[in-house]
Design a protein around this ligand. Structure first.
Ligand SMILES: N[C@@H](CCC(=O)N[C@@H](CS)C(=O)NCC(=O)O)C(=O)O
Length: 378
């Protein structure tokens, strides 16, 4: 998929039709999420590594800040945010969608996305920076400066790694939380393995949004990084097999569980999510409400609004009050409140079982929108 001869241009010449281009890296969680979906859809795409030059020439001018993945479209547009990339590709390419298409499964799929993207990311950060530091520094250097010597790559890799390593603390990785993060993650691996004994994917016989999001953190970070990868092979070979199934899966094959049902084996995963991630979301929602009082419509929402005490795997520590997860939560709340009464009764039943009804039923008082690739007060 990787094409050569990238000149930093992105605009089709008159009459020229270009393929999609995914800008990302192999080690990036959200790039892997988008890549897995493009591959599953069978859409033609090229891929470009996000080198410093690509950030400078493509990402920063078009998006306004350094973030991946970005999808350059055949029409010359750009889409950022892995979720929006998936929806864009689903809307513009024929065939099956990542969305399950029925209300309760849609809700479950969105919850798993919220969990993988915004909570398992803590485990990804911890294992990467605690156990795979040297490896990832070398990898950053290799991607950023493929022609440089090993020593030079290590130097460049460290320049890139430093701010990301420091960001791990904002995500809640610390001495205090380390054993809790591992307990949480290993609990998830055990539950997901149980699930995979009965089902090929999250909701049955084909991947949906939740699978793509899980693939992002599990494949690109926790499996691919060597130390955590060896751990996954040892603790959860079923999850490794699922990664391989995700690599091979193509749209058009496989049926979801019938009657909009959510498999029972998913419930322990959703319960752990609600028990640990939902209190953190509620704290972020309160912080957003307090902050927004003095803000006009259209005000840019900061990525974090201070810090709070949070719990993971039974351990307490400090973490940033992230706002982006509230954007995903708003999408879940909107989907839930738009359901017909009958559909909502079934979805409510699921939320009751996992303990998540209050947060989903009580919308955050501030509405968010996304403008110019950033969150704003709607
Ligand atoms: N919600 C975004 C998150 C993207 C994201 O956090 N990407 C990481 C790499 S995997 C990044 O570029 N981080 C840079 C930063 O956060 O400043 C998405 O799903 O695309």
């Amino acid at each position: 998929m990787r094409a050569s001869g990238w000149a930093g241009r992105w605009a089709p010449m008159a009459g020229e039709r270009m393929a999609y281009v995914l800008i990302g890296t192999e080690a990036s969680q959200f790039s892997a999420k988008a890549r897995a979906h493009l591959r599953w859809k069978g859409v033609a795409f090229d891929e470009r590594d996000a080198t410093p030059e690509v950030y400078r020439d493509i990402i920063e001018p078009r998006i306004g800040y350094a973030v991946i993945p970005a999808l350059l479209t055949p029409e010359g547009g750009v889409v950022q945010d892995s979720g929006e990339i998936i929806d864009h590709v689903d809307a513009h390419a024929p065939g099956s969608s990542a969305r399950p298409g029925t209300p309760t499964q849609e809700l479950a799929s969105r919850l798993i996305e919220l969990y993988a993207d915004e909570w398992l990311v803590i485990a990804g950060m911890h294992y990467r920076w605690t156990y795979n530091n040297e490896w990832i520094v070398a990898e950053y250097g290799r991607v950023s400066a493929p022609a440089a010597t090993r020593a030079e790559q290590a130097r460049i890799g460290e320049v890139i790694a430093k701010p990301v390593r420091e960001a791990a603390a904002r995500y809640g990785v610390s001495e205090e939380t380390r054993s809790g993060i591992e307990a949480h993650y290993e609990g998830f691996l055990a539950d997901f393995s149980q699930h995979l004994r009965r089902h090929d994917f999250v909701l049955g016989g084909r991947p949906t949004l939740g699978d793509f999001a899980l693939y992002g953190v599990l494949q690109a970070v926790l499996f691919r990084d060597p130390e955590s990868g060896a751990r996954m092979e040892r603790l959860a070979p079923m999850v490794v097999s699922w990664i391989e199934r995700m690599d091979a899966a193509r749209a058009g094959a496989g049926e979801l569980v019938a009657d909009d049902a959510v498999p029972d084996t998913l419930l322990p995963i959703l319960k752990r999510q609600v028990a640990e991630q939902f209190p953190a979301l509620a704290d972020s929602a309160r912080a957003l409400e307090a902050w927004s009082v003095a803000q006009p419509k259209g005000a840019r929402v900061k990525r974090t609004l201070g810090v709070h005490e949070y719990m993971i795997g039974g351990r307490w520590g400090q973490r940033g009050l992230f706002t982006f997860p509230l954007w995903r939560l708003q999408g879940i709340q909107d989907q839930y409140s738009a359901m017909s009464a009958g559909d909502r009764a079934r979805a409510t039943n699921l939320l009751e079982v996992i303990g998540g009804r209050t947060l989903v039923e009580l919308p955050v008082r501030v509405r968010l929108a996304r403008r110019d690739f950033r969150l704003v007060v709607a």
